[in-house]
Design a protein around this ligand. Structure first.
Ligand code: HSE
Length: 334
């Protein structure tokens, strides 16, 4: 039986979570995809730092080890920042490999181009892990909301800032202490400015926009306000009227034009985002047929993000198998 060979690019919180999950869930994975799944190559900047990787895995700094290896079927990309992630993924796609990414900044910038490139090379691209961590929002929109038209989105898309706001409100923790806790738990970006100033939520919102409306608004038209000016007394004052301050990313379609913004706002108790606490994220969408829907769950962290990437992997492989079967049928009944 063929073994599916996979490569992982980047071995931080997310890459190592993917590696551990593949090792731990080998039996389940094999039942779902029908083949053993093996990590054969890991591309990282500093190979000597990672002693936990099994001896039989090729650990290298050289992307060519992936691109030129015809046995590698799928590439998981968990690098921080746009480059070299974008160049590596384009090279992997051109080499005929399916790719799965968790890289929101890169995908917000180059997603459309990579999707087109993947289609041209008959491979799949999974990007559910780019947005809202473990919540399967991308696959839900792609696969389960076809006849519905989404006309607005309100979402909490950054686990670190939601965690900080929750700690400040519940425990009266100072902003720097709450941020430090989020960093220690592995939720925050390498540069937490991205979390607390709303850039991370912005990239995720742009990915959602492109998925839902097939286009993004001009980035400079999107208002983005972070949470750094929020003070504990503001939480106390909102609590008196049963409201909570949440960092909300929003998209609205007004006269066929997309309006997007990210800002801290007071949310009433009756709103689905009110109860979203700690590192959790949520996406509340309004559609024209089913009406309002909310998906909530862990928005950051090693295993929630690995979960999203491996769900993409299962989908890609199921799709691959069914298209192989269709081709066989076509051949059998010309
Ligand atoms: N730093 C991000 C967050 C990680 O806190 O949501 C997940 O994208």
């Amino acid at each position: 039986m063929k073994t599916l060979s996979v490569a992982i690019l980047g071995f931080g919180t997310v890459g190592s979570g993917v590696y551990e999950t593949i090792q731990k869930q080998q039996h389940r994975l094999q039942q779902i995809v029908g083949n053993p799944v093996q990590v054969t190559t890991i591309v990282i900047e500093h190979p000597k730092k990672h002693v936990k990787i099994a001896q039989n895995i090729h650990v290298t700094t050289d992307i060519n080890a992936v691109i030129t290896d015809p046995n590698i079927d799928v590439v998981f990309e968990a690098i921080v920042g746009k480059e070299p992630a974008h160049t590596y993924l384009a090279q992997c796609i051109k080499a005929g490999k399916h790719v799965i990414t968790a890289n929101k900044e890169m995908f917000a910038t180059h997603g459309m181009e990579l999707k087109d490139l993947a289609a041209a090379h008959h491979v799949n691209i999974g990007f559910d892990a780019t947005t809202a961590g473990g919540i399967p929002i991308i696959q839900t929109i792609q696969k389960l909301l076809n006849i519905n038209r989404i006309h607005s989105v309100q979402a909490i898309l950054n686990g670190t800032s939601n965690y900080i706001l929750t700690e400040m409100r519940e425990l009266g923790t100072s902003f720097p202490n709450a941020l430090r806790q989020a960093q220690n738990a592995g939720y925050a970006e390498a540069d937490p400015t991205n979390d607390i100033e709303g850039y991370d939520a912005f990239y995720k919102l742009m990915i959602l926009c492109e998925l839902i409306f097939n286009k993004q608004p001009a980035w400079k038209t999107v208002k983005r306000t972070g949470i750094t000016d929020i003070k504990p007394e503001m939480h106390r004052s909102q609590a008196r009227t049963k409201q909570r301050i949440k960092h909300v990313a929003e998209i609205k379609l007004v006269n066929n034009s997309i309006h997007a913004k990210i800002e801290p706002i007071a949310i009433p108790e009756s709103h689905p985002l009110y109860a979203i606490e700690g590192v959790n994220n949520a996406i509340h969408i309004e559609t024209d047929i089913v009406g309002p829907l909310t998906l909530a769950g862990p928005g950051a962290g090693s295993f929630p993000t690995a979960s999203a990437m491996l769900e993409d992997f299962c989908q890609i492989w199921k799709q691959q198998k069914s298209s192989m079967k269709t081709n066989e049928t076509v051949l059998a009944f010309p």
